[in-house]
Design a binder for this molecule. Structure first.
Ligand SMILES: O=C(O)C[C@H](O)C(=O)O
Ligand code: SF4
Length: 510
């Protein structure tokens, strides 16, 4: 097993940087379905360029490389303890070289372990099998889409759809609601893995395992197969679309499994995966640990995803130079595409929590500034300076309780994030003269290229790499105004319209 660690490192790197063939194929179809000049089209073209860049740079497709989760089949007599130690060493090495983000933080204090290892982190499931080789499957599922996982306990009253009973029609209502409630926050278009039955834990486990099925496979159970097709079709009429901008593809896969349950419980567990659907597998020689073959990798796969130059720019984009003035910001409207130049500062969960009760360091002035909800992957250069190697937006709604106050306190004029924010922030934008700019979630390579340099960092020691306040210099950083200073929000429009559409499925007998 002298090559085992090396093989695992190759699996991690490939999973992080190179999407599987079936996902490429489904996303290529989704790109073709959107009007290239619509907001959904802009999102999909950016995603396509980003996928190619990740391969070229051998770097994370999305900066959030999740909680690495392994499913391993071993033949009789393999040393699982050795494998676990070697996997941990490979994870730490991948974090050190920027193939994974140091993502492991203490559950209570939030303290980052620095090497992407922690208690039950990574997650490793071992299972024996009768074959001779070792199979290792890996999924890197980011936190934003993980937050959109949902579990129903039937019978249950489902918003918009009425009562869901303990039958396939009840399951159907749960699944349509699961897609609706994710909106764009889990970086749609997405895929759902579904577990019907089991208990609360095994149900989610089953749901996650469904994500290892290929997009184009068909369920051998004809009833479940019909339900999978039905959900896919209906979900894509909800007009949530890429990033929740409205559009034709909201879901590109629905995979359903079932387990026996006890009479008292009927769970429907849903695991939502973003478009950055990173899962691969390898078969290993049990003697040497060398890779014998790759899974989810077809010889005839679509190698290049991008058609044009990425975000199809029209020349009508508004150029923003930070710091921004109130007048500039108030002239922006929902739907405007902006290109940002100049200083921006990252700040996410730990930062918002901190800044509610503390002041900024004295050397910082954020008046007219831009706050970027982002937890980047950052590497240190030999001369002590830093470079950004992956930097897409994180889900903004988590900062909803704090954002309006933080805008006021720091004198901010723009927030960059994804998935949109709620009424409190919308009111804050109006009151203080600021805008919400939606960047394309998961496009971490694309946005890293828009960052010219890192000019400084605060709170690195306390908050760790993903949560520190990084000071960045951007050029031609594209984003879409989705909440303006006049009380308009694209997110509330899409949410309302998709809720109306959801309601039309209430009585649709399956
Ligand atoms: O943690 C991140 O960088 C992003 C996260 O996966 C999210 O979707 O919010
Ligand atoms: S930012 Fe979006 S693409 Fe990246 S892990 Fe989170 S949900 Fe997935």
């Amino acid at each position: 097993m002298e090559n085992f660690r090396h093989s695992i490192l190759a699996l991690i790197t490939e999973t992080s940087a190179n999407l599987p063939s079936d996902v490429r194929c489904a996303l290529a179809a989704a790109i073709d379905r959107e009007d290239p000049l619509s907001q959904a089209g802009l999102a999909m073209s950016t995603i396509s360029v980003n996928i190619d860049m990740a391969v070229d740079n051998i770097s994370p497709i999305c900066q959030d490389t999740g909680m690495p989760t392994f499913f391993i089949h071993t033949p009789r007599g393999t040393d699982q303890l050795f494998m676990k130690e070697e996997i941990e060493a490979a994870i730490a090495e991948a974090a050190r070289t920027g193939k994974l983000r140091p993502n492991a933080v203490d559950a209570i204090s939030g303290k980052n372990s620095g090497n992407n290892l922690g208690e039950h982190f990574p997650v490793i499931h071992f299972e024996p099998w009768a074959k001779d080789e070792i199979e290792v499957k890996l999924i890197l599922k980011g936190g934003g889409c993980e937050n959109k996982n949902i579990q129903y306990s039937l019978p249950e009253e489902i918003p918009g759809l009425g009562s869901a009973s303990r039958d396939l029609d009840g399951v159907r209502k749960c699944l349509l609601h699961a897609v609706y409630q994710a909106q764009g926050q889990g970086c749609s278009p997405g895929v759902i893995g579904v577990g019907i039955g089991g208990d609360r834990t095994s149900g989610f486990d089953l749901a996650k395992k469904q994500l290892f099925r290929t997009i184009d496979d068909r369920n051998p159970d004809s009833e479940l197969d019909a339900l999978e097709q039905d959900i896919l079709e209906k979900a894509n009429t909800m007009d949530i679309g890429p990033m929740g901008f409205g559009g034709k593809t909201t879901l590109f896969g629905c995979k359903i499994g079932k387990s026996h349950r006890v009479p008292a419980s009927f769970f429907v567990s849903v695991a939502y995966n973003c478009w950055a659907y990173r899962r691969l597998g390898v078969l290993l020689d049990p003697e040497s640990g060398s890779i014998k073959s790759w899974q989810y990798r077809a010889a005839d796969e679509i190698k290049r995803m991008a058609k044009g130059e990425g975000m199809a720019l029209t020349g009508k984009e508004v150029i923003l130079q930070a710091p921004l003035t109130e007048e500039q910001v108030r002239s922006l409207k929902v739907g405007d595409v902006v290109l940002i130049n100049g200083a921006m500062h990252t700040g996410r969960d730990a930062f918002h929590h901190y800044i509610m009760h503390h002041d900024l360091p004295a050397h910082l002035d954020t008046t007219g500034g831009i706050l970027f909800h982002c937890g980047p992957v950052i590497m240190k250069n030999e001369d002590g300076s830093y470079r950004v190697t992956a930097a897409g937006p994180t889900t903004s709604i988590r900062e909803e309780p704090f954002q309006a106050d933080v805008i006021k306190k720091l004198g901010l004029r723009a927030i960059i994030g994804k998935g949109g924010m709620g009424p409190k922030t919308l009111k804050g934008l109006q009151e203080h003269g600021a805008v919400y700019l939606n960047a394309i979630g998961g496009a971490a390579q694309y946005y890293a290229r828009c960052i010219d340099r890192v000019t400084g960092v605060d709170f690195l020691e306390e908050m760790g790499v993903p949560e520190a306040m990084w000071h960045l210099e951007a050029s031609s950083f594209p984003a879409i105004v989705t909440m303006d200073a006049h009380g308009n929000s694209l997110h509330s429009i899409v949410e309302e319209e998709s809720f109306r559409q959801l309601g039309t499925f209430a009585t649709d007998a399956h």
